[in-house]
Design a protein around this ligand. Sequence first.
Ligand code: ATP
Ligand code: MG
Length: 456
Amino acid sequence: MIKRLIRPLLNSFNKSQRPPAINHQIIPREKHNISRRHISRSAIKVMQRLGEGGFEAYLVGGGVRDLLLGDHPKDFDVATNATPEQVKNLFRNSRIIGRRFKIVHVRFGREIIEVTTFRDNHDANSSHKDNTKHSARSEEGMLLRDNVYGDIRSDAIRRDFTVNALYYTLDHFSIHDFTGGMQDITRRKIRIIGDATTRYQEDPVRMLRAVRFAGKLDFDIDKHTATPILEQGNLLGNIPPARLFEEVLKLFMGGYGRSVLPLLRQYDLLQYILPATDDALKRQLPFTEALIEQALTNTDLRIKNNQRVTPAYIYAALLWPSVCAEQAKLQAEGLPPVQAAQQAAQNIVNLQLQATSIPKRFTQGMREIWDLQHRLERRQGKRAERTFEHPRFRAAYDFVLMREQAGEDLKGLGQWWTEYQETDENGRERLVATLGSGNSQKRRRPRRRKPAPTQH
Ligand code: ATP
Ligand code: MG
């Protein structure tokens, strides 16, 4: 009888839900390469102040991971046992923000240190008496809420990958490892914490994150972490388009998009974030692969050189082959070219918006870049001058160069515009004059000649 009663309970604690075994390792200062000098002064201040307030405080996540790998972290996150309210009370320059969960932003000039309270979301493991405190899940196992506070151990195992769950403390400057992250740093492995299928069900974005970190760090994805991705990818369809937009930016504007793309294709994840691009690549549309690779290479380089990059440009490049194919299809159906170009842009943007949201200012920017591709070809009379004054001229000109780099033959269009920008007013007039009537612009309709007088 008792067995019958507890069996369903036991079953619900199945293997996949059981939290991973915890093996707490402390790596002393002399066994790791993180020096305080490499940590932002603001992050150190935050940790010190929390310590003085009687709380635990650790540097965690990408900051520790990147420092161990000898890279410059882009930001520093602190984890603590202080509640968000307690953190807020310690720092005048702080505010609680509640996106998916409550965290505190402590601001030092332009730098923001993100402080999170230790959390717990492994309800199978939790011994909380109060059930309402447990994290909520959807029917598919997706975590809807995980604002349950915990300790450093529960905090470690609710993180995504072992290499993201290392905790650095000012107390003897040691690193605390509960999931084998140090070993995975050495072996260059992305390994999910716990059962991969369950963790992807909890939050499907972790599949994109696995690929992103593998691309960024040049790590392999561990077999058990990788295997379920092909099968579970479709869960990304449950993620709000706004969150996926943020993720696309991280994938392609993080400075290593060129390494991330082949992994997205390998794990067949591109279809969920860029369906039209995925389709164009799978259909091997002309110049598609070369153009997209070129766009990502250029973007990575710009980021390395601290040059500005905009999502409008990246999305414009990722979707351009699809827009061209759509335009060709509409023209074949009888639409005139200008109308077909506009309609094609609209159709592809609409398709994209079903996968990821894109703020209006960026969709507008994309459409301007596409529209200018046609206008840059029509240079006769005053047209070149007008196009040159367009606020998006520079982006559209870069886009032309990039298309040429990718192998498209635009009959010297890029070179023409390069010269146009480098010369003076007279030079510009001469350049326009060289176009004659044989340039790529739509030829003027020949004036109708008066019919020759008929000889009587
Ligand atoms: P980077 O900032 O370089 O992209 P990061 O590892 O710092 O990488 P963030 O998105 O800033 O990534 O998240 C900070 C930390 O929070 C991660 O290192 C990880 O421990 C945890 N984390 C973030 N997103 C998730 C998630 N979806 N599931 C579980 N843990 C997560
Ligand atoms: Mg980070």
